[in-house]
Ligand binder design. Structure first.
Ligand code: FAD
Length: 431
């Protein structure tokens, strides 16, 4: 019987170190993070990252067989839950999206030469990367149809098209571009992925797009989402990852992992939000009693805790399945986790805003900003409707149609039940 919910003592020690480090070094900086001089913050960031590296906890999203220093997805889930309490921790622990997904893609599909040039420097935090799939004029939820093309010309590929919402593209050193190389290969072998280094002629970062998270966008900020135009953008043939037509499969590999990694971090954010809710509930009095003594507030607290615990178990169990069977075997589960936990974290954030009243709605607390930045959850990495649809189709494959009455139709089952009872009576010596 191998059903165990305990973390081994050694790793529990590492998790305790992480929590203390984030509480001591990172969370206190949050209120002034945007005001820090960028050049000084870069140096300070390196100093903090060195401490994480010395602790052996850097870049833990990539497992050793892929060249990383990870510990598997279940342990990553436990780490990410702590990291999710403070979003800047992602950079400090070297697990920031979209780099982590891009590195996973490179680890699976890149040649040794490509890994040497781009993967290892990315893993060491020396360069950063973006992933460009979504386009303004085609549904991002259906990458079997895209407008960006790459045409082979001698020993180069020529890319044309328009992408948008490409996270970090305005600051990244490389952009991994998903482009159609062979329309005949539709739906799943039509596209390939190219590495386009920043500054390549023909790749123009048009703008960073304002979003709910950052309506007043400042160009070139890490975490922004860019619109990019490719006009006869030429890259050498060795900038293609994998073989022509591998793009869709490689992208799925990348997005599958990314989906559960988002969920792991949202657990931490949801718990920190519940902590804010709880503190307010036991501190504020209304109509002669503490908010915590009003039953509807108790319902918010109990429901939020229950939902977070259920989401944790679902996420951890799915991470465990990935470790056991591989991500491809649990593709529908990965989408299920993303679709479920994105709803849970938003619901908990929303209740926290409600319990904190005007204060919750204000930027005096971090919850409204977390809510705005997390609202992308049900949309990003494929909309939740799509993941639920994939899950339902996967589940429905297990069922077979029946003629006439359903298998469980009680009147139809009565004759067989009577026969069974007669056999049982006889077997039990009842005559
Ligand atoms: C903050 C943020 C960061 C992002 N970063 C990146 C990035 O770095 N790189 C990148 O390539 N993209 C990125 N994206 C884009 C993201 O991946 C897409 O937004 C997502 O895949 C959905 O595509 P779309 O926006 O074109 O929506 P559409 O495909 O137009 O879908 C719109 C809506 O239609 C509905 N819908 C679509 N398909 C179905 C279906 N099968 N069944 C039922 N309903 C459906 C859903 O309600 C969906 O929300 C980012 C998006 C956001 C918001």
């Amino acid at each position: 019987m191998g059903w165990d919910f305990e973390t081994d003592a050694e790793f529990a020690g590492q998790l305790a170190w992480m929590r203390a480090f984030i509480d001591r070094e990172l969370i206190p900086l949050e209120p002034i993070l945007d005001e820090l001089p960028q050049d000084e913050w870069q140096v300070a960031k390196g100093y903090l990252q060195d401490q994480v590296k010395a602790q052996g906890l850097w870049g833990a999203f990539l497992d050793p067989e892929l060249g990383g220093s990870g510990f598997g997805q279940l342990k990553l889930a436990l780490m990410s839950e702590i990291i999710g309490r403070c979003m800047m921790s992602m950079t400090i622990f070297g697990v920031q999206a979209p780099d982590s997904g891009n590195m996973e893609l490179l680890a699976h599909g890149a040649t040794d030469g490509q890994k040497e040039r781009w993967l290892w420097p990315n893993l060491r935090g020396e360069i950063s990367s973006a992933f460009a799939l979504t386009e303004p004029f085609f549904a991002g939820s259906d990458p079997t149809v895209i407008g960006t093309t790459a045409i082979s010309d001698g020993d180069e590929w020529v890319i044309n098209g328009r992408k948008w919402f490409i996270t970090n593209a305005s600051v990244a050193d490389i952009v991994l571009v998903f482009a159609e190389t062979s329309p005949d290969g539709r739906p799943h072998h039509h596209a390939s992925i190219f590495i386009v280094p920043a500054g390549t002629p023909g790749m123009e970062i048009v703008r960073d797009i304002g979003t709910m998270a950052h309506p007043d966008v400042v160009y070139g900020r890490p975490g922004n989402h860019a619109e990019i135009v490719f006009r006869d953008c030429r890259v050498p043939a060795d900038h293609m990852i994998g073989r022509p037509g591998d793009g869709f499969v490689l992208a799925q590999q990348r997005l599958g992992g990314g989906r559960i990694h988002h969920a792991m971090r949202w657990l931490g954010m949801a718990q920190r939000s519940l902590d804010i809710m709880g503190e307010r509930a036991v501190s504020r009095t209304s109509h002669g009693k503490l908010l915590a003594q009003h039953q509807m507030i108790q319902d918010y607290v109990a429901l939020s805790h229950t939902e977070i615990q259920a989401a944790r178990l679902l996420t951890f169990q799915t991470a465990w399945k990935v470790d056991k069977d591989g991500a491809a075997a649990v593709r529908a589960d990965l989408g299920m986790v993303k679709a479920h936990v994105s709803k849970v974290v938003l619901a908990v954030l929303d209740r926290t805003i409600q319990v904190c009243g005007a204060l919750g709605y204000s930027s005096d607390l971090p919850v409204e900003a977390w809510y705005r930045s997390t609202r992308f959850g049900p949309i990003g990495d494929g909309p939740d409707e799509l993941h639920k649809s994939v899950l339902a189709r996967t589940l429905l494959k297990e069922y077979r149609p029946v003629e006439g009455w359903p298998t469980e139709h009680i009147p139809s089952r009565r004759p067989a039940a009577k026969e069974r009872w007669a056999e049982l009576r006889s077997g039990a010596g009842l005559g």
